[in-house]
Ligand binder design. Structure first.
Ligand SMILES: [Zn+2]
Ligand SMILES: [Zn+2]
Length: 135
């Protein structure tokens, strides 16, 4: 994957990719934690740099729902969308609403060439939507 993207294969890059692959929608802090588990001492800055390089090479997708820190995933290039829980911040993947990107046809494209539609479905996850048990 790294070679195809013309990036040098380095231990931090591999560790970041596998950390994000194992737990999609991870934030930077938890990625740093898991990279340190496998590689030992790695600076915050090194992980930030790797995240930026992998994201701009298209190997990682960065999402940042309103009110959340940036999160990363290895599921790229399929224009999938996200469900976000307003209460606990849980995130789940959901496939494109209809067909290939941009999957939502703009009512008026104003002459733009549209590539994708970024959709976030906001609501409550199953855990948070369970009504509290009566006392
Ligand atoms: Zn929730
Ligand atoms: Zn996702």
């Amino acid at each position: 994957m790294l070679r195809e993207a013309a990036l040098r294969v380095t231990a931090p890059r591999l560790a970041v990719l596998s950390a994000v692959h194992e737990r999609p929608h991870s934030d930077t802090d938890s990625i740093i934690g898991r990279v340190r588990e496998s590689l030992g001492a790695v600076s915050h800055q090194a992980v930030y740099d790797v995240l930026r390089a992998l994201t701009s090479a298209g190997l990682l997708r960065r999402i940042q729902p309103t009110g959340s820190v940036a999160r990363y995933e290895t599921r790229v290039a399929d224009n999938h969308h996200h469900l976000v829980c307003r209460s606990c911040g849980a995130i789940a993947d959901v496939d494109c609403a209809t067909g290939p990107a941009p999957c939502l046809t703009a009512a008026d494209d104003h002459g733009f060439t549209i590539e994708e539609a970024e959709v976030i479905y906001w609501g409550l996850c199953p855990d948070c939507s369970v009504s509290p048990s009566p006392k």
